[in-house]
Each structure stands twice: as structure tokens, then as C-alpha cells.
Design a protein around this ligand. Structure first.
Ligand code: FO1
Length: 317
């Protein structure tokens, strides 16, 4: 069996631990198509937060509390940069993490596409699933904001919105810069086309899953493909499990609920993506037109709990 997972960063990484565990049980192949909209250049280095969260988490090198960056991290370079007054200081790059960005930037400068760089970095980490960026092209999530109390609108990078402002700034819309000319990374369309199941991880639907689907041809490949498509709700009992999906959904005017996100993805018969939608027991009354909804525990407390979610999703197909 072949499983493709569309995933963002921290929540996606934790979900992929369960997918990998399930796949090992049943002998399935897993390809993760990971969001690149969070990526940014910083101090001359290319940083890919979602790809790195997935790679470090599956490779056993992630800091379990933070969910991003490396375990056992030190911050010497960060403090040296601050001593020079080098901005931005609001985005911390750890010393161990920097080695990843140095290798990545060197390879990109040498002409390697991001997908080849990701494969090279994963050779060290052995994540146990194939990691593909959604695209090798530039696709950056920018956020149109205005200062509190009105004033002109301006676009800032997603990370500045997420980390510097913690999303606590008047926010008007999200723009996936470069999406219109981006192409699916090599292997992405083949993986989706050959998949028996495509899973939408319980990542942020607005700034993690949407930028993946914004790559021309990718949404169509999923919607029109032969694979069954099952999503896992990132919202339990009307609250985001982690991160700021609630604030992101509010920007879109979408209800922060399992039904709201299910409706955002839509049923395949109605031109959307979903055949199945996994919700938490608190949300068992959820109805999404044309979609089979099933309620199971969705707290990813450990690999076994997450693998049980994956099994439930596969049973939905
Ligand atoms: N998140 C923060 O809240 N503060 C940081 O200083 C920070 C640094 C950072 C460095 C590398 C990296 O891969 C991720 C980092 N993140 C940080 C998390 C990042 O904003 C999120 O992982 C995603 O972009 C959102 O899912």
C-alpha cells in the first residue's frame, strides 16, 4: 500500500510518527509532501522550518518540547549575532540547527533543487518516510497586516507574523507569494498518482495545508486522483490542538470547528478533496456534505495513539 501525507511542521511531524509506525506494521510506503510556505532566508541562509521539523522529529533529533529545532541545542551564534545587532533577532537559530541551513544553502547555491537537498539531508537523519517539498520553486506565505488602530496595509513574511507578532496584529489575508508559477517538486505528482490513500495531516489548514494545495496541479492531482482522501481534524471541541489555527481560520472567516475545516476542504463529490474526515469524539455530531465522518480520539499523545488514528483513517477508506 502507498500512503501520501500532506503535512506542515510540528503537528504534521507528530502525525507522521504515527503514519510511519502504522506503515511499518502493515508494510506500506509513505511519502510526505511538506509545506514550504514558512521558508525564509535569514543571515544569508535558507531555513525550511516545516521540512526540518519533520526531518528532525522522524530522525530523532528534534527538541520534543519546542517541536522545532534540535534537541540539546546551544545558542552561541545567536548571542553573537545579537551582539552585532544583527537583525532579525526575533527568530532564533540554534548552533546545531545552523549546520542544516549551511549545508542546505551551500547545496542550493551549487544549483541543487530543494528536493535534492532535502534527500541529502535526510540521508543523515533516516526519517523512514520519503520527504518531498511541495515545490522546489519559491513559494512563501506572506501576511497582509495593518498597525493596531488602522493605517496602511502591508505584507510581512509569515514568520514575522507568527514569531515576532504572535499573530496579535490586525490581519487581513494570506498570500502565497510565487504560488502561481510554482511547480510540484519532482516525484510529488507521481506519488499522489500512485497513492492508495492521501492523508491531510492535522496541520494548520490555512498556513500549512493550503500552501501545499496552492501549487498549481497539486490540488487537482489529489481531487481527481484514484487515491481515497482522508483528512484529520486539527480542531478538537472548537479549539486548535496547537499553534494558531483558530486565528488563521478567523482571518478567512471560517468557523473554528471540525465542521468548519471539513467544509473548507470540502467533499470530493462537491468539487472538494475529502472522501473521509476524522474528528474527535467531542465533535461526533460533525456533518460535512458528501463526506464520511468518523469520530475517534485525536490526541497525538504518543506514537501508538497516533498510529491508531491512522488506522481509523485507513479504515474510513
Ligand atoms: N518559532 C518561534 O516561536 N521562535 C523562534 O525563534 C523560532 C525559530 C525557528 C528556527 C528554525 C525553525 O525551523 C523553526 C523555528 N521556529 C521558531 C518555529 C517556526 O516558526 C514554526 O516551526 C513554523 O514555521 C510554524 O509551523
Amino acid at each position: 500500500m502507498r500512503i501520501v501525507v500532506l503535512a506542515g511542521g510540528i503537528g504534521g511531524a507528530r502525525f507522521l510518527l504515527g503514519v510511519r509506525a502504522y506503515a511499518r506494521e502493515v508494510g506500506a510506503e509513505v511519502t510526505a509532501v511538506v509545506n514550504v510556505g514558512d521558508d525564509l532566508y535569514l543571515h544569508g541562509l535558507k531555513v525550511c522550518p516545516d521540512l526540518d521539523s519533520v526531518m528532525y522529529t522522524l530522525g530523532g533529533g528534534a527538541d520534543p518540547e519546542r517541536g522545532w529545532g534540535r534537541a540539546g541545542e546551544t545558542w552561541t551564534v545567536k548571542s553573537e549575532l545579537a551582539a552585532y545587532g544583527a537583525e532579525p533577532s526575533w527568530f532564533g537559530l540554534g548552533d546545531r540547527d545552523l549546520a542544516t541551513h549551511l549545508v542546505r544553502t551551500t547545496m542550493l547555491s551549487g544549483g541543487y533543487p530543494l528536493s535534492a537537498v532535502t534527500e541529502a539531508l535526510a540521508t543523515r537523519w533516516q526519517p523512514g518516510v520519503r520527504l518531498l517539498p511541495a515545490t522546489d520553486d519559491r513559494l512563501e506565505t506572506h501576511v497582509v497586516v495593518s498597525d493596531p488602530g488602522g493605517g496602511d496595509q502591508r505584507a510581512i513574511h509569515f514568520q514575522e507574523w507568527w514569531v515576532r507578532h504572535r499573530a496579535e496584529i490586525p490581519t487581513h489575508r494570506f498570500v502565497f507569494v510565487g504560488a502561481e508559477s510554482a511547480k510540484p517538486a519532482p516525484g510529488v505528482l507521481d506519488a499522489v498518482g500512485a497513492a492508495d490513500v492521501v492523508l491531510l495531516a492535522p496541520s494548520n489548514p490555512v498556513v500549512s495545508i493550503a500552501p501545499i494545495l496552492a501549487v498549481p496541479g497539486l490540488r487537482e492531482a489529489v481531487a481527481d486522483g484514484s487515491a481515497r482522501v482522508v483528512g484529520i481534524s486539527p480542531i478538537i471541541g472548537g479549539a486548535a490542538v496547537r499553534g494558531m489555527a483558530d486565528r488563521c481560520l478567523a482571518v478567512l472567516g471560517v468557523e473554528c470547528s471540525a465542521a468548519g475545516v471539513g467544509g473548507l476542504y470540502g467533499g470530493r463529490a462537491a468539487g472538494g478533496l475529502l472522501d473521509g474526515w476524522l474528528v474527535a469524539p467531542e465533535d461526533e455530531e460533525t456533518v460535512v456534505p458528501d463526506v464520511t465522518v468518523r469520530a475517534v480520539p485525536l490526541r497525538m499523545t504518543d506514537e501508538a495513539a497516533t498510529a491508531a488514528m491512522v488506522r481509523a483513517a485507513l479504515e474510513l477508506t
